[in-house]
Design a binder for this molecule. Structure first.
Ligand SMILES: Cc1cc2nc3c(=O)[nH]c(=O)nc-3n(C[C@H](O)[C@H](O)[C@H](O)COP(=O)(O)OP(=O)(O)OC[C@H]3O[C@@H](n4cnc5c(N)ncnc54)[C@H](O)[C@@H]3O)c2cc1C
Length: 383
């Protein structure tokens, strides 16, 4: 099962909670979701399930999978198709909508039916956007959607009797694996550049090195015009076929870690709660980001658990992740390794985080972070 399939099902069940005439069907490929996982989704509340025996399709690309799912949806019938998505597989949602000839709405944190339309809400680049689209529609459920409901014993018992239909690829009118599959066009991964290490510099020079790196990566607000605050230049496009109902900036304090474009995280090396509420919060504010933390800082009760990044915390994917006084244990890295750019500030040059960081600045966080904030404020014209 895709790790977020239960969250997508939850979104569909909420539609049925409001209008019990809806029938909620789980549709999946058996290479993705085995029978016991399908039963779990039925126990959670789905009315029925359809499984496509897709031997050989494990490696298929989005377009091919979308073709297969669309064929099944035409047989089953549909109004609202809820897909679990991370940003990496948003392409499948759009490809599926394309195959079905209906609009798509992605990264939703919730939606409701309003007459013959679906109104969805999502947080994008620091904005809350409300969109409306005609039903039938395909929706992608984003990272900040409500968690799945608990499958009670009654649901588990009922799941055993719920219908489970099976289709073969041929029954759906699809041929063998199409030529567009990834199997015939292997994806080549681009090797990551080794970490750049900056050490032996005074705090002022080290902060300048970070600013230069941010500039090089296009992550510095100094690139926006003097009138713009960096946010106003963000283009939020409305997908084809949808209508923008409302769009308003989300106050920084309300941006969830999972939705943040910039995260300034701190670890055990900061020694207490004060640096999180002080120097890290200041740096996050000037960068337009939010504060995160390692588990060591959370376990010490310096920071609430909601701010923890990692295996037992949040999985984040910001454009910029600053790891301050964090060593980068594997349990931390699994939660942030797909960040666009990773900058570590640490007094040790040999931390595990160096394996995935783009820039490691070796130095004392207590002198470097305030200096970096000061230089950023100067650049922004605040000082
Ligand atoms: C089942 C399990 C689940 C876990 N889940 C998570 C999780 O979700 N998230 C998570 O983060 N961890 C998790 N952990 C814990 C993880 O293994 C590490 O213990 C934890 O990430 C360490 O946090 P840290 O990097 O802040 O602390 P440390 O590893 O102690 O690193 C502190 C760093 O601060 C640096 N430092 C000290 N003083 C300064 C200074 N003045 N300036 C600059 N640098 C300084 C040190 O050089 C060091 O690198 C989990 C562990 C287990 C077993």
């Amino acid at each position: 099962m895709h790790p977020r399939d239960d969250v997508a099902l939850e979104a569909a069940l909420r539609l049925r909670d409001v209008d019990p005439t809806h029938v909620v069907t789980v549709l999946t490929l058996d290479s993705v979701c085995k029978d016991d996982a399908v039963r779990k989704l039925l126990a959670q509340g789905a009315d029925e399930a359809c499984v496509i025996a897709d031997a050989g399709w494990e490696q298929a690309d989005h377009a091919s999978r979308a073709e297969l799912l669309a064929a099944a949806l035409r047989v089953i019938g549909f109004d609202v198709v809820c897909c679990a998505t991370l940003s990496a597989d948003e392409g499948l949602v759009n490809a599926l909508a394309g195959q079905l000839g209906v609009p798509s709405m992605t990264q939703l944190r919730g939606f409701e039916q309003v007459g013959e339309r679906l109104q969805g809400e999502r947080v994008l680049k620091g904005f809350v956007q409300r969109l409306s689209g005609p039903i039938p529609i395909v929706v992608g459920i984003g990272k900040s959607a409500p968690p799945a409901r608990y499958a009670a014993l009654k649901g588990i018992m009922a799941a055993k009797k719920k219908p489970l239909r099976r289709f073969t690829v041929a029954e759906l009118g699809c041929s063998a694996l199409p030529a567009t599959s990834a199997a015939s066009a292997p994806v080549t991964s681009v090797p990551k550049a080794p970490v750049r290490i900056v050490q032996g510099l005074e705090p002022a020079q080290a902060a300048q090195a970070i600013l230069a790196f941010l500039q090089e990566r296009g992550l510095l607000f100094a690139q926006s015009t003097p009138e713009s605050d960096g946010e106003s230049s963000v283009a939020l496009l409305v997908p084809v076929g949808l209508e923008l109902v409302a769009q308003e900036p989300l106050p920084q304090t309300q941006v969830a870690l999972e939705d943040a474009d910039t995260i300034v995280s701190g670890g055990r090396g900061l020694g207490g709660p004060a640096p999180f509420n002080g120097m890290l919060a200041d740096l996050a504010e000037v960068l337009g980001g939010v504060v995160g933390a390692s588990r060591a800082a959370v376990d010490a009760s310096w920071v609430p658990h909601a701010q923890q990044v990692g295996q037992t915390g949040k999985t984040v994917q910001p454009r910029l992740y600053l790891a301050i006084a964090i060593s980068g244990a594997i349990q931390h890295r699994v939660g942030m390794q797909t960040a666009g750019t990773i900058i570590a500030i640490n007094k040790d040059a040999h931390i595990p985080l160096a394996e995935i960081a783009d820039l490691l600045v070796v130095g004392d966080a207590f002198t470097l972070v305030p200096e970096l904030t000061r230089q950023l404020c100067q650049l922004k014209g605040i000082l």
